[in-house]
Every structure is written in structure tokens, then in C-alpha cells.
Design a protein around this ligand. Structure first.
Ligand SMILES: Cc1cc2nc3c(=O)[nH]c(=O)nc-3n(C[C@H](O)[C@H](O)[C@H](O)COP(=O)(O)OP(=O)(O)OC[C@H]3O[C@@H](n4cnc5c(N)ncnc54)[C@H](O)[C@@H]3O)c2cc1C
Length: 334
């Protein structure tokens, strides 16, 4: 039986390891432990159309393919990971915001436009001030913390708490998020993101809300248990400071859209770092000798976990890259 080492036990490394075990490989995952990874902050939006900009066709294709694989991935992992297919609403507060949302729709799979009253029929907690928006039935959500817990449970003793400082001998997958740069020298940079977690009675909201609020963007992600995630900032910084002004801005935008959020308990402010690359698309494939890299998933690592896991597990087993990986070779910037 082939033995594989995976460095990094975030959502990507664990998903790859789980898929490899299911294909009959013996796997050890080294993770420096705890909740350092970006997955710990991630809202868990699975938004294949809403997240890429013009000119990123290969990435859009990968996101769409991974969204298609999520139902099967979630079903195999079990029903305790908060996978929810209620869809998302784009919601614009002012007429300028609505004009901006419409411009964004031109770059994505066109969502179903909704008037203000149609939006409030679907989500009565929305402010009477909202001007309009759209429904995105294909945007789903999952709880990344519960997904990581389910993957860790499925892998059991295969996950070992250890910080790796040099690449191990033998077949290895480096899936260390922002830690990939120190191990490989590849250009993966930290992109700081702050999210807030609120808690109230379940049922205030049913859909993920993508808000356009006075020129700012905010998202509000309701979980079935009453948790609501509000995010996110995006800054080219490596520090972990929670700036009071950033919290204020997120809360102001969120409560402009859904005033009742102000009544909820603020339970967490969390900063983590998205692993960004020069083109903000992931590095996926052979890097050198026995080493494969799967890192740099930036804003979409939760969404991209199923397709990454399948394609990298196949690559480990067969040595042949799937054509879908062609645009994402780790060496493309050298
Ligand atoms: C605020 C925020 C919101 C987000 N929202 C979403 C979202 O809604 N949807 C979405 O799809 N994505 C979202 N993301 C992005 C997503 O979280 C990341 O793309 C994803 O977590 C990347 O997964 P990863 O496993 O590569 O890295 P990580 O999740 O960062 O995990 C890397 C792991 O490797 C470990 N590690 C690093 N170096 C070493 C080493 N030398 N030895 C051992 N272990 C090591 C780390 O401790 C960590 O556990 C968000 C991210 C942030 C920060």
C-alpha cells in the first residue's frame, strides 16, 4: 500500500487525505494543531458564480465543478456539517447599490431579479429601506468548523499534531495554506479577513445575504442553530489585530440590511488569513520530485475542497494530472 504524507490539516489537506484513504492509501496528516487555519474564520458560502471576476474563466470552471460535487461530498461526510441549499439573496440598500449589483450580475451567471417586496416576502427581517436584489438558487452554504471536525473524526489517528519545518521524504502533498510559502518558496501570501459571529434564536433569516450597502459589501450567513456569521474584511496584511473600526463597519452594514441583528449576542470576532496567490487562483499539481502542492485557495477554499480532493487524490494514485488542473500548475509564476 502506498504511504502518503499530507502537510497541513486545514479543510484542503484533510479533504485530500480523506479521499486518499478512501482510495486505499495509507496517509499521515501533519498539522500544527488547533484552529490556526483560514477554515476557522470562513463563512462557508459555496458561491460558484458570485465570487470570480471577468477574465477568470478557468477558475470559474473549477468553482462550478466543485459546487457540483458538494452534494455528494456532504452526503458521504454525514449530515452534521450544516450543508444547506436554501440559496442566497443579493440585497441592495440604495438605488446606487442596486445599480452596482446589476453591474456585478453582468459578470456572473445571471441571478433571478427580485423587487424589494419580493425580497421581503422571502426574508421578512430585511429592512423596509432595501431597494431590490436577486435570488441565487445555486449558492449554498456549509459550516466549515463542522466540516473540519467531521473530516478529523473520519481520519482519526491519521492526523498528527506536528509543525513541519522541512518537506518530508517520500510522496508528500503540501496543503499548508499560508504556511506553504515557508516550506516551498511558492508565492502564497496572507490576506487578512475578519468575521463576526452573532447568536440568537434560530429562524431570523433563511438565506445567505450578499449585501450592497452604501457602496460597501457585507455578507450575512445564518446557520440553522441560530448562529449568524457577518463578514468579511479583506486586507493585504499578516497581523491578527481586530480593529474596532472594522467591527463597527461590518455591524453597521449588516444592521442596515437586517436591523434585528443588533439584538443578537456578539459571541466572536475572528481574524484569519486567506492563502492568496499572484492571480488568486490555487496552486494545484506536481511541484518537484515526489511533492504535490494544493494551496492558495484564497476566498474559495471551502467551495473548492471537493474538486481539489478528488483531483489531487487521483493525481497521487495515477501520476497523471486531470485536464482541469492544467491552468493551476504550481510553477506557473516562475
Ligand atoms: C474571513 C474569511 C472568510 C472566508 N469565507 C469563505 C467562504 O465563505 N467560502 C469559501 O469557500 N472560502 C472562504 N474562505 C477561504 C477559506 O477559508 C480558505 O481558502 C481555506 O481555508 C484554505 O484551506 P487550506 O486548507 O488550504 O488552508 P487553511 O484552512 O489555512 O489550513 C492550513 C492548515 O495548515 C497548517 N499548517 C501551516 N503550516 C504548517 C506546517 N509547516 N506544518 C504543519 N501544519 C501547518 C495550519 O495550521 C492550518 O491548520 C474564507 C477565509 C477567511 C479568512
Amino acid at each position: 500500500m502506498t504511504a502518503l504524507t499530507v502537510v497541513g490539516g486545514g479543510i484542503i489537506g484533510l479533504s485530500i487525505a480523506w479521499r486518499c484513504v478512501r482510495r486505499g492509501l495509507r496517509v499521515t496528516v501533519y498539522d500544527d494543531g488547533g484552529d490556526n487555519g483560514a477554515w476557522f474564520a470562513a463563512a462557508g458560502m459555496l458561491a460558484p458564480a458570485g465570487e470570480t471576476s471577468f477574465g477568470q474563466e478557468a477558475l470559474t470552471g473549477l468553482l462550478t465543478e466543485s459546487a457540483r460535487r458538494w452534494p455528494g461530498f456532504a452526503a458521504e461526510l454525514g449530515d452534521d456539517i450544516g450543508y444547506d441549499r436554501s440559496g442566497a439573496l443579493d440585497v441592495a440598500l440604495t438605488s446606487d447599490d442596486l445599480a452596482e449589483a446589476r453591474r456585478m450580475w453582468a459578470y456572473s451567471e445571471r441571478p433571478e431579479p427580485l423587487t424589494a417586496s419580493e425580497l421581503r416576502e422571502r426574508e421578512p427581517a430585511l429592512s423596509p429601506r432595501v431597494r431590490g436584489g436577486a435570488f441565487r438558487p445555486g449558492d449554498h452554504q456549509v459550516d466549515p468548523r463542522r466540516t473540519v471536525a467531521a473530516l478529523r473524526a473520519a481520519l482519526g489517528d491519521a492526523v498528527v499534531a506536528k509543525r513541519v519545518s522541512t518537506i518530508p521524504d517520500g510522496p508528500t502533498v503540501i496543503a499548508a495554506g499560508t504556511g506553504t510559502a515557508a516550506l516551498t518558496g511558492l508565492p502564497v501570501r496572507p490576506v487578512k479577513g475578519l468575521v463576526l459571529r452573532l447568536r440568537g434564536e434560530p429562524g431570523l433569516l433563511r438565506h445567505v445575504i450578499n449585501g450592497y450597502v452604501d457602496g460597501r459589501h457585507v455578507y450575512v450567513v445564518p446557520r440553522a442553530d441560530g448562529e449568524v456569521v457577518v463578514g468579511a474584511t479583506q486586507e493585504e496584511r499578516a497581523d491578527t489585530t481586530v480593529a474596532a473600526g472594522a467591527v463597527l463597519e461590518l455591524l453597521r452594514s449588516a444592521t442596515d440590511l437586517v436591523p434585528e441583528l443588533a439584538e443578537l449576542e456578539l459571541t466572536e470576532t475572528v481574524v484569519r488569513h486567506r492563502p492568496g496567490t499572484p492571480d488568486n487562483a490555487p496552486l494545484l499539481g506536481h511541484w518537484k520530485d515526489d511533492v504535490i502542492v494544493a494551496a492558495g485557495h484564497h476566498r474559495n477554499g471551502v467551495l473548492l475542497a471537493p474538486v481539489t480532493a478528488d483531483l489531487i487524490a487521483d493525481l497521487v494514485r495515477t501520476g497523471r494530472p486531470d485536464p482541469l488542473l492544467a491552468a493551476f500548475t504550481p510553477g506557473r509564476f516562475t
